[in-house]
Design a protein around this ligand. Structure first.
Ligand SMILES: [Zn+2]
Length: 579
């Protein structure tokens, strides 16, 4: 649309205006302003994670509250009054949402930002809390899946902290003599961090001990950097030298953020392991609550005020803001797409290879979003059954896709017609995978090891599944589609198989498995992609116990949600998203 073209031109304008800045600032400024992290250097991204600052580079309610708040302030100064003010705020919000791309996550951020802003502006807690409640209910009615999204939980918690805790804390600190802007700037991130910490610990298995000090240190510069960045963006469409000058000013504030992130991430105790479970989260909640009460008690004794600060920073710990998903060293994922398969191989920097798309476009789309995948080098459809291909439109949606590959066996043909239609509509080439094909992209390489012939037994399409022997970084993986025992035996006999680290168990763990395959590939981790309470009795008890006797670590999407394999060698591990 015309609106999107204008927004695209503005985003490009910001990149141009910040083009002359030093590398780190140049990459970070568009991230801070509109969540565009495409040019953030990966070492800096790592430091941001360790320091618990990653949330700054995602579009959040905070960006929106800052921008809208600034526009309101400006409006008031030039004489806008009364009913025109909320209108001005609405225009600023819509403008920002368009600029940052109106994806669902940005629209949700806008809703939360509006609640936060009204809370700060009105200072009426009860009304703000009601507004938050209504917003949550409406968003959940529009999209019930949000109830399973960690990002949504974190954004509700952070907004709740902003409405309930931050104003009180800020007032109390002001009464003790802290200047008002400083009290606000400290209370808001501190409250949000403390409240979100247990959820992040549950998600990432880590508590960032430096997140609180790092966030407090950068808090004062976030608003000026964001506002100057937005001004540079708008100016870029009018007068480029002005835009460049504004970007340099913003860059000065961004420089401080970079300094803090590098320093905090470099501290030896920056990130600490914490049990990634509900009990771990509850424990952290209790520790935090106890620490806050202790601090209150001690704070009446000024002599101990210094000690109090140390207690808060070191003992309370905390963290957050690192959604921690996916783990930074993830190699592959089995998406939770219900009864079906959708495997993702990490090809670096928001890129991936996708093997099968599952039965439902929304589910695979959500999984890829969660993994941060924006570019799919290739989609390999192992065979044409609906539980492997019907989700394809969800992979193609909003992503750059290099090609879609199907095997050599064209049944069921209706499904092939549908795949042709989707790829043609998306302008993505449809190609064939044949045994012996080899391909490589970034850290991922693979070889097609099956089918070398049609097997006239069992299900023909299943036994004609494209089977891939993969190296995802240093992790060796066998992806088996739905091959049944006849094809599995022929595959072992072909001599093309090697031992692997990870086996995608064939055919959703059905009872049709050849024991030779398992003993030949000897996986450390076995992944079963299967739907809860499916009609097929998958996975079969016999198959599960055969897997267990090999000592392989077993992951099941029906119980564990999306499965991620991370690390390699001795650090190889199975991480689950939980259901
Ligand atoms: Zn299947």
């Amino acid at each position: 649309s015309a609106l999107q073209r204008v927004a695209g031109a503005l985003r490009a304008g910001l990149r141009r205006a910040s083009g002359g800045l030093p590398t780190a600032q140049r990459g970070l400024l568009p991230g801070l302003v509109i969540g565009d992290t495409s040019r953030v250097p990966s070492t800096l991204a790592d430091d941001f994670r360790t320091a618990g600052l990653t949330h700054l580079t995602a579009v959040s309610g905070a960006n929106l509250a800052i921008v809208t708040g600034f526009v309101l302030l400006l409006g008031r100064n030039v004489g806008v009054r009364g009913r025109a003010l909320p209108l001005l705020a609405a225009v600023a919000m819509v403008g920002f949402v368009v600029l940052a791309r109106p994806q669902p996550s940005v629209v949700r951020a806008a809703a939360m930002g509006a609640v936060a802003l009204s809370a700060l502006a009105s200072g009426r807690r009860r009304r703000s809390l009601a507004a938050l409640g209504v917003t949550v209910v409406v968003l959940l009615l529009l999209d019930p899946w949000l109830s399973r999204s960690y990002g949504f939980v974190l954004s509700v918690l952070a907004t709740g902290a902003l409405v309930l805790l931050a104003p009180r804390w800020a007032r109390a600190w002001q009464e003790r003599g802290l200047p008002a802007p400083l009290a606000q700037a400290l209370a808001v991130p501190l409250a949000a961090q403390l409240v979100c910490a247990p959820v992040v610990a549950m998600l990432s298995g880590q508590v960032s001990l430096v997140a609180v000090p790092a966030n407090l240190l950068v808090a004062p510069v976030i608003a000026p950097a964001t506002v100057l960045g937005v001004m540079a963006t708008v100016a870029s469409s009018v007068h480029q030298p002005t835009a460049t000058a504004l970007a340099w000013l913003a860059g000065a504030f961004v420089w401080w953020v970079v300094v803090v992130a590098r320093w905090a991430a470099g501290l030896p105790w920056a990130a600490t392991a914490w049990p990634a479970s509900l009990s771990g989260a509850l424990l952290l909640t209790m520790v935090t609550a106890a620490a806050v009460l202790l601090v209150r008690h001690l704070a009446r004794r000024p002599a101990q005020a210094g000690a109090v600060a140390v207690v808060l920073v070191v003992a309370v710990a905390v963290p957050v803001s690192r959604p921690g998903w996916p783990p930074r060293d993830w190699a592959m994922a089995a998406c939770d797409v219900g009864q079906g398969d959708a495997l993702v191989l990490a090809a670096g920097d928001h890129r991936a290879v996708v093997v099968d798309a599952g039965p439902d476009p929304a589910l695979v789309d959500r999984c890829l979003d969660g993994l941060g995948v924006t570019e799919v080098v290739a989609v390999v459809l192992t065979h044409l059954h609906a539980d492997h291909v019907e989700g394809l439109p969800g992979v193609l949606r909003r992503r750059v896709v290099g090609e879609v590959q199907v095997g050599l066996y064209d049944e069921p043909s209706e499904e092939l017609d549908r795949v042709r239609g989707w790829t043609a509509a998306a302008g993505v080439p449809l190609t064939r995978a044949a045994v012996g094909d080899r391909a490589r992209t970034g850290p991922v390489s693979w070889e097609v090891v099956w089918p070398d012939r049609v097997i006239r037994a069992g299900s023909l399409p299943n036994n004609a599944s494209t089977v891939l022997l993969v190296r995802a970084g240093a992790v060796r993986v066998l992806l088996t589609g739905d091959v049944e025992p006849e094809a599995q035996r022929a595959l072992v006999a072909s001599g093309r198989l090697q031992p692997v680290d990870v086996l995608k168990v064939a055919h959703h763990g059905s009872r049709y498995q050849a024991p030779e395959l398992l003993s030949h590939v000897r996986p450390q981790i076995a992944l079963v992609s299967v739907g809860q309470d499916n009609d097929y009795g998958h996975p079969a008890k016999a198959t599960l116990s055969a897997l267990r006797t090999t000592g392989a670590l077993l992951g099941r999407t029906d119980r564990d949600g999306t499965l991620v394999v991370a690390g390699h060698g001795r650090s190889l591990r199975l991480v689950t998203a939980g259901r």
